[in-house]
Write a protein that binds this ligand. Structure first.
Ligand code: NAG
Ligand code: NAG
Length: 390
């Protein structure tokens, strides 16, 4: 009975959501051209700080999608789920990112979603959504809290002594096809912690991508899809592996509420202050590249990038997480090459238009070369050593 009602509930969420247009914010962006083309003049401390352009900083601070998100959250908190679900869809996102993840057996029909049966879920849903939304503000000190927020629950889960030190070394494994051009598998697995993205398959690719997974970092669309499976099965790496997830759509807190209670491993949602910080950093790099390449005013960035939909990628936030919880960060499988597939594990050919990967890559290059010019980070935050493997 319980299972059936969950299936029905998700059937409704999916059915309604697939009717309409947009997903985890979509940014219109042309392909990723080259790597490391960001200016590479070397700057020292104070000169570097001055290199941040204050006009662009001001633009990056504006969250164009804020009003829309506030409205969505308010509607959900008021119990007005209909409008919210009709306004967005995950279908285009799924088509592009996970052609293999076709919805199976979606149930179409009306669900007595306001009946007492669902009361606890909606109650929890609103509580966690409200907490998350209330916390959302610019607070770069959040980087120093990541050890407590993420590593703490992880250490308790793995039975390690809970300490406030960082992990010795972390590998963040992106999903680019360039991974197939090397055999980094053993090197990746030699890191204390291995972070993988959006449940990319590793079976059959171990020589290139390794086989160890300590953290599965996903966006909430992934949980939304697999939450409909029995037992919220969302663990290609084993159900003992903790999941860290950022929220693409506030309504996905429902998936979280339903799955969290049955999860064997921690299911953590990124702090909204951390989300906001990541968003600002990527937007700054995107603005900077936009004005440098097009010669246009930053005012024109928003229409060119569908500003209210602009979003950082999962890879970017996973790298940010690693910066916060690791002493040494190795980045694998990020970037593009004309001879490589877009994803190592799918045959998707087209470039995604979801994010500004090129801007994100400039950010990673800065981490490696001259981390002192990264905008919005707190001065007291110590950026660990970062290495990019091509
Ligand atoms: C900062 O960026 C703006 C917008 O592109 C530009 O007009 C201005 O000259 C830049 N300022 C400096 C100091 O480079
Ligand atoms: C999620 O589940 C864990 C483990 O059962 C629990 O400690 C935690 O409080 C739950 N989180 C929320 C927001 O309910």
């Amino acid at each position: 009975m319980m299972k059936k009602s969950l299936r029905l509930l998700f059937g409704l969420l999916i059915a309604v959501a697939t009717v309409t247009t947009l997903s985890c914010r979509v940014a219109v962006r042309r392909g990723f051209v080259s790597v490391g083309s960001a200016d590479n003049e070397l700057l020292s401390g104070s000169a570097a700080t001055a290199a941040l352009n204050s006009t662009l900083l001001t633009f990056a601070e504006v969250d164009i999608g804020e009003a829309k998100e506030r409205k969505e959250v308010e509607q959900l908190l008021e119990g007005n789920y209909g409008n919210q679900l009709r306004s967005r869809s995950i279908s285009s996102w799924r088509r592009e990112n996970h052609p293999e993840a076709r919805p199976r057996g979606s149930v179409i029909g009306s669900i007595p979603i306001r009946t007492p049966k669902y009361f606890w879920n909606w109650h929890e849903f609103r509580r966690v959504l409200r907490d998350w939304y209330r916390r959302k503000r610019f607070e770069p000190e959040i980087m120093n809290e990541l050890v407590g927020l993420v590593k703490g629950p992880m250490d308790r889960h793995y039975g390690f002594l809970n300490s406030d030190s960082r992990y010795g070394s972390c590998a963040v494994v992106g999903n680019s096809g360039i991974l197939l051009q090397s055999e980094y598998g053993k090197l990746i697995d030699s890191h204390e912690v291995v972070i993988r993205l959006n449940n990319a398959r590793i079976k059959g690719f171990e020589r290139s991508v390794g086989s160890k997974t300590s953290i599965s970092f996903v966006n909430s669309n992934i949980l939304h899809l697999c939450a409909r499976r029995e037992g919220c099965f969302c663990h290609p790496y084993g159900d003992n592996v903790p999941l860290v997830m950022y929220i693409c759509q506030p309504v996905h807190f429902m998936d979280y509420t339903i799955c969290n209670s049955t999860h064997k491993s921690p299911l953590l949602i990124t702090d909204s202050r951390f989300d906001l910080l990541c968003a600002r950093i990527v937007k700054y790099y995107s603005l900077k590249q936009f004005v440098e390449k097009s010669g246009k005013s930053p005012i024109e960035w928003a229409p060119a990038h569908d500003g209210s939909m602009f979003h950082y990628s999962s890879g970017m936030q996973a790298v940010m997480l690693a910066l916060g919880i690791c002493d040494k960060v190795s980045i694998f499988g990020f970037g593009k090459s004309v001879t490589a597939k877009h994803h190592y594990h799918t045959n998707q050919k087209a470039e995604l238009h979801l994010h500004d990967y090129e801007a994100e890559y400039a950010f990673y290059q800065n981490l490696v070369e001259r981390s002192q010019v990264i905008p919005f980070l707190d001065d007291k935050f110590k950026i660990p050593q970062v290495i990019i493997y091509h």
